[in-house]
Design a protein around this ligand. Structure first.
Ligand code: AMP
Length: 113
């Protein structure tokens, strides 16, 4: 089933894209929970992390490396940031296309947000 992120990938709907590679896309969250809130997604429509397959190993690594690239673009790599993946209903996942939340620009409690 396609999601709103598929429409962002295909540029059918606009997004504030800050980083793009052949396989990954990063854009600003429309409802930010921190001064900087970026979503990093694979272009491949994996619904959630637990649906990723062994053949997605390289893609998952690319997503992790994209986190660092985005952090450097935002200049938050030194001060720090948080990365969150919500997987499924109990975690509050609302868009069923795998995405990493990169949150930065303030302090984060642990545990909690
Ligand atoms: P999650 O709750 O982990 O599924 O996160 C989904 C995120 O997608 C939420 O933080 C939403 O604010 C964000 N979101 C939904 N639609 C859009 C959109 N069109 N552009 C940017 N972010 C979006």
């Amino acid at each position: 089933m396609s999601s709103v992120f598929d429409q962002i990938i295909s540029k059918e709907i606009p997004a504030d894209i800050i980083y793009e590679t052949e396989n990954c896309l990063a854009f600003r969250d429309i409802n930010p929970k921190a001064p900087e809130h970026i979503l990093i997604i694979p272009k491949k429509p994996i619904t959630k992390l637990s649906e990723a397959k062994p053949e997605d190993l390289q893609l998952l690594g690319q997503l992790m490396l994209a986190v660092g690239e985005v952090a450097r673009i935002l200049h938050v790599d030194e001060e720090g940031f948080r990365v969150i993946i919500n997987n499924g209903r109990n975690a509050g996942q609302t868009v069923f296309h795998l995405h990493l939340h990169l949150l930065a620009g303030r302090r984060f409690d642990w545990p909690g947000l």
